[in-house]
Design a binder for this molecule. Structure first.
Ligand SMILES: CC(C)(COP(=O)(O)OP(=O)(O)OC[C@H]1O[C@@H](n2cnc3c(N)ncnc32)[C@H](O)[C@@H]1OP(=O)(O)O)[C@@H](O)C(=O)NCCC(=O)NCCS
Length: 136
């Protein structure tokens, strides 16, 4: 939750609460991957799956540790874990303008849909939701 609080820009209200995270991580087919250095957690990825489809729900790296490949490593690990579980595809949704889009495109995700004006920032501005998908 320390990374959660630091990683997501409060302007968009995208960080989950502890009860939200705890509720999701106890569900079947859901797993949380942590990037750790000694006792410190530097980032995490949360994935849920239903049958042979997975959804990347959250990917976050502490702002002080970005740009060192931790986000890519978490994404690659999530994909490898999904493959081991027999999952055939992964999808995710991200706000337009989020730098994470580069990471997903570089990792082979394809933009498959846009939901216009789906997110509202705290400043009342509207942002599109971009859906990405890749076969595993
Ligand atoms: C997205 C995020 C997880 C990336 O973590 P990271 O550890 O910095 O990622 P990496 O170092 O592995 O970088 C992977 C790629 O992401 C892209 N990227 C990361 N930060 C970027 C930035 N500030 N500007 C542009 N591209 C960026 C680049 O394409 C980079 O690849 P490259 O280094 O080969 O150019 C991190 O920025 C984050 O926690 N953001 C806030 C939370 C969020 O919005 N998550 C996504 C939606 S759930």
């Amino acid at each position: 939750m320390t990374v959660m609080a630091r990683a997501f820009d409060p302007a968009f209200g995208e960080a989950w609460t502890a009860p939200q995270l705890a509720g999701m991580t106890t569900m079947d087919g859901t797993w949380l991957t942590l990037a750790r250095l000694d006792a410190a957690t530097l980032g995490f990825a949360l994935v849920r799956s239903i049958f042979d489809e997975a959804e990347l729900l959250l990917l976050a790296v502490d702002p002080g540790w970005r740009g060192r490949g931790i986000g890519s490593a978490l994404l690659n690990d999530s994909i490898a874990a999904a493959r081991l579980r027999g999952i055939k595809s992964m999808h995710l949704e991200v706000r337009s303008g989020n730098n994470a889009v580069n990471l997903y495109k570089n990792s082979g995700f394809l933009h498959v849909n846009t939901r216009c004006n789906y997110y509202r920032g705290n400043d009342n501005r509207l942002y599109d939701a971009l859906s990405f998908r890749r076969d595993l």
